[in-house]
Design a binder for this molecule. Structure first.
Ligand code: GDP
Length: 494
């Protein structure tokens, strides 16, 4: 669980902040002899952030002769198990030598540190607040733990770190789910995303000074998916239990053949239904996880995610249902990650909009979380709706169609190479480890669904991740593929 350590010399207000964050929830006071007598931990919440707090209080009773050693010990322990540290000072007292000592330790901390200038109520702490900039721990957050002031600023400082942590956890979980899934389905003949046989280097033009813009076939446009295609669009509606998936399906299909109910995890029949919307055929593929009963209670979550993975693999477009009244949590992110990692088109449906009390805040929070926790795919479309009242369904289906079209997008080779040249001119490739500048000679879209590009270059292993991101986001922007997972494959050539 995301863990926050509160650190600082005696009397700066650590326990007050601890109590403020943990509220009425009982703090667990660890009392194992000789081990953790010095501290308390508790479950805290700050708006939608839920985390564990470790308070390094208790130093107050230590005599000055042992204080420094014990402080050091406690701080190190707290740092080793926390994801972020709150370093408190008493702004009315200014920065004391002991504070400076702490700052020195914390500047080398392996985790992010938020400097908190406590006791800032009523302006009395102003000088100390400004003085604390000198501690080299970044911008201080002015706070009054006792009066509960400044908590929103603390929230803003914590939020990106919290979201990044969630994103990492979601990624790890998605990886674990996929690994477990692959193990059990080792025999299944999953096709590789790219046929390397069709991509032999003889496609690389001999004359690498050729001007791709001379290509007569070039039409400057991005080829859109043929909307008259015969096959129905395979769509999955996925998400945590009780977000309203079945209600939506009932609405879309206009049939009450699916069971909906207020309790989570109702057993349901397998689903695969064809229907039409706006002249396009859709096929709803198994919405998984719905059918299965909780066999083993504590693995329900895992089962659900594994079933969801199944549905994702059957689908082309995935609609991830969220409940507008609940913030996007780690499990939602895990599911989103699975969709992206599987290379499917993703649309987020924010359901129960009718019952959402603070719509503006809900949207802002969602946008923030997508930005920090799902940065791989900028611009995932999200649609607010009420499955219950039948509002927003057209917008949802339009978004699904558009996501599907982008997922099918094909960029002509000459256009792609001109774009590539422009990108490299604007931001030259770095030097390789051999001391010469890396070169990307040529690229081509190897595959659609999702758009996959093969680039032939010198020493692909030397290409930094930041450059890959630069190309990826440029591609997404310049070819209108917002929200689409894009794959870039780098192949070595001389
Ligand atoms: P599933 O587990 O995701 O399939 O969720 P259900 O479709 O069974 O819905 C769970 C509960 O949420 C039911 O009691 C629905 O009536 C309710 N619900 C679904 N959609 C909405 C909505 O748009 N607004 C409101 N207020 N409730 C909804």
């Amino acid at each position: 669980m995301f863990t926050v350590a509160i650190i600082g010399r005696p009397n700066v207000g650590k326990s007050t902040l601890f109590n403020r964050l943990c509220g009425r929830r009982l703090a667990i006071v660890h009392d194992m002899p000789g081990v953790t007598r010095d501290r308390r931990e508790g479950k805290a919440s700050l708006a939608d952030l839920v985390f564990r707090v470790v308070d390094t209080a208790g130093l107050e009773e230590a005599g000055p002769e042992v204080l420094e050693g014990r402080m050091r010990q406690q701080t190190d322990r707290a740092l080793s198990e926390a994801h972020v540290a709150l370093m408190l000072i008493d702004s009315r007292a200014g920065v004391t030598p002991l504070d400076a000592h702490f700052a020195e330790i914390l500047r080398k901390a392996p985790i992010p540190v938020i400097l908190v200038a406590n006791k800032c109520e009523g302006g009395a702490g102003k000088p100390g607040f400004y003085e604390s900039y000198s501690m080299g721990l970044g911008d201080p957050v002015p706070l009054s733990a006792e009066h509960g002031e400044g908590l929103s600023l603390l929230y803003e400082a914590l939020m990106p770190i919290y979201d990044a942590h969630m994103a990492q956890e979601a990624k790890d979980e998605a990886d674990a789910v996929r690994a477990a899934f692959l193990e059990t389905e080792a025999a299944s003949a999953a096709k590789p995303y790219i046929d390397f046989a069709s991509l032999e280097p003889d496609e690389v033009p001999e004359d690498d000074d050729s001007d791709p813009s001379q290509d007569p076939e070039d039409d400057f446009s991005v080829e859109a998916f043929d909307p008259r295609g015969e096959r129905p669009i395979q769509m999955a509606i996925i998400g945590r239990p009780n977000t309203g998936k079945s209600t939506l399906i009932n609405r879309l299909i206009g049939d009450d053949r699916l069971v909906t109910g207020p309790e989570a995890g109702v057993t349901r029949d397998a689903i695969e239904v064809d229907w039409e919307w706006g002249g396009r055929r859709f096929r709803l593929v198994d919405t998984a996880g719905l059918r299965r009963k909780a066999r083993v209670e504590n693995s329900l979550e895992k089962l659900m995610v594994a079933d969801t993975l199944n549905a994702i693999r059957l689908a082309e477009v995935c609609v991830l249902m969220l409940d507008a009244n609940m913030v996007m949590d780690r499990q939602d992110l895990t599911i989103a990650r699975l969709v992206i990692d599987e290379g499917r088109a993703l649309v987020i449906a924010v359901n129960k909009w009718d019952a959402c009390a603070d719509r503006k805040a809900a949207l802002q929070r969602l946008a923030d979380r997508l930005e920090t926790s799902l940065a791989q795919v900028r611009g995932v479309p999200f649609v607010t709706l009420s499955a219950l009242e039948g509002h927003g369904l057209n917008r949802l289906m339009d978004a699904a169609l558009e996501a599907h079209a982008k997922w099918n997008r094909r960029v002509p080779t000459s256009r792609f190479n001109r774009w590539l040249k422009g990108m490299i001119d604007r931001h030259p490739l770095p030097m390789g480890k051999h001391g010469r500048r890396l070169r990307i000679r040529y690229g081509t879209q190897a595959k659609i669904r999702p758009p996959t590009f093969a680039l032939f270059m010198t020493r692909p292993d030397d290409l930094p991740e930041s450059y890959v991101r630069y190309l990826n986001s440029g591609l997404r922007e310049d070819f209108d593929m917002a929200g689409t997972p894009i794959r870039l494959l780098f192949r070595a050539t001389k």
